[in-house]
Design a protein around this ligand. Structure first.
Ligand SMILES: Cc1ncc(COP(=O)(O)O)c(C=O)c1O
Length: 387
């Protein structure tokens, strides 16, 4: 734990700065719209990451990255995982990939059978299409909107494997459920997977963003998982560096590593050397900033709860145990597409629920990683828009 006295503060971007910095989130909406959709934060870079990048650009680090094992990156992530999760990661497990979703594709293409891929729905929208892009069918474990708690239904999971599914694409911590799965829940999932000789690809991109009250357990930290599982991690969600293009595929099984390393180069050669620089800086020296970020997000989650009770008491929010992405059930307001109404009448851009669960009505995803003032204004505008 980083003591408060040594922390580096989170600095809010002004609207003008955010428009210049966050091309997708802010740059694609009209000037009167507050963007609270894509998973980027309205904060300045951690100065340590900024300085590492400035130095690398100054040195002309703009050529190809090292293709294959990069000791600095492997060691930096192994240290981060040990400090934050108590995980034992060997540096040689760490394979750079361009981004998490590309890493999921590589893992499916190279390591999984051709059978269907189980996906948790609602789920991170671009990954709804990943199974099909690899020539596989997607089959869903669905959390019903009225479920008291968002959990993986082990009976549903079992029946999908019994019917031929071969891989589970697990997201944990989960976006948009906001859940951090407990070790017991993960063990239950593992037991079903092992019974069917299936594989797991565990997307753990949100692990650095676990909020006070919960703790992240990597799927790879469970006994009996190394022979059938890989995990995807990245500094990009927690340090706002998605555009620098580098995530990490963790492969504990030596045979799986050999298979990956024997692939044609064009299968996985698109990460950037600046992404490596940013990831190494964040994993090695980012703790004092990350501690401030988690504290800020914890405050924002409390503020959101208070704002909803005051202005939108009929809206239900799934408890936010991790991530800065709140999942809101606004069905009580009677709009099929509350995100469209929020944009048109409230000038707030949210993630529509049906992007995460095809056919779902009445839900939105709200990105809270902004200033308290903007979050307050967002909820005030939603209350007016949804009436
Ligand atoms: C669960 C999950 N996986 C992956 C990503 C995207 O990662 P990348 O841009 O590295 O593919 C996100 C982005 O928000 C996400 O929520």
């Amino acid at each position: 734990m980083t003591p408060p006295s040594t922390r580096r503060p989170v600095v809010d971007l002004t609207d003008e700065e955010a428009r210049r910095a966050l091309l997708l989130k802010w740059g694609t909406v009209p000037g009167d719209v507050i963007p609270a959709w894509v998973a980027e934060m309205d904060y300045a870079l951690d100065p340590v990451v900024h300085e590492a990048l400035r130095r690398a650009v100054g040195d002309g680090v703009t050529g190809y990255p090292v293709f294959g094992y990069t000791a600095e990156l492997g060691e930096a992530y192994a240290g981060f995982a040990r400090r934050h999760y108590g995980s034992r990661v060997e540096p040689e497990w760490v394979h750079p990939v361009v981004d998490v979703t590309a890493g999921v594709r590589v893992a499916l293409d190279v390591l999984s059978d051709d059978g269907p891929v189980v996906f948790l729905v609602p789920g991170y929208s671009p990954q709804l299409d990943v199974a099909e892009l690899t020539g596989r069918k997607r089959v869903d474990v669905v959390v019903h909107p009225d479920a008291a708690r968002a959990e993986v239904d082990l009976d549903q999971l079992e029946s999908l494997f019994a019917n031929g599914a071969r891989t589970l694409l697990l997201t944990q911590p989960h976006n948009p459920w906001g859940r951090v799965f407990s070790r017991d829940e993960l063990a239950g999932i593992r037991d079903v997977v092992v019974r069917y000789g299936a594989r797991v690809v565990s997307d753990e991109i949100h692990a650095p963003l676990v909020l006070p009250g919960a703790a992240h357990t990597s799927y790879l930290d469970l006994e009996g998982t190394h022979d059938h599982a890989v995990a995807l991690v990245a500094a990009s969600k927690a340090f706002n560096t998605a555009g620098l293009r580098c995530a990490q595929l963790l492969v504990p099984d030596p045979e799986a590593r050999r298979l990956l390393e024997g692939q044609p180069m064009a299968r996985n050669d698109s990460w950037s050397p600046l992404g490596v620089v940013a990831a190494v800086a964040a994993f090695s020296d980012g703790d004092p900033w990350l501690a401030s970020l988690v504290e800020r997000l914890d405050q924002l989650r409390t503020l959101l709860g208070e704002l909803l009770s005051e202005h939108l008491p009929a809206v239900r929010m799934r408890p936010l145990e991790a991530t800065y992405l709140a999942w809101l059930d606004a069905r009580a307001h009677g709009h099929d597409d509350p995100a469209a109404v929020a944009l048109e009448r409230g000038r707030v851009k949210l993630g529509p629920g049906h992007d995460y669960a095809p056919g779902l009505t009445g839900h939105v995803r709200l990105n809270i990683a902004t200033s308290p003032e903007r979050l307050t204004e967002i909820v005030r505008r939603l209350a007016t828009a949804w009436g």
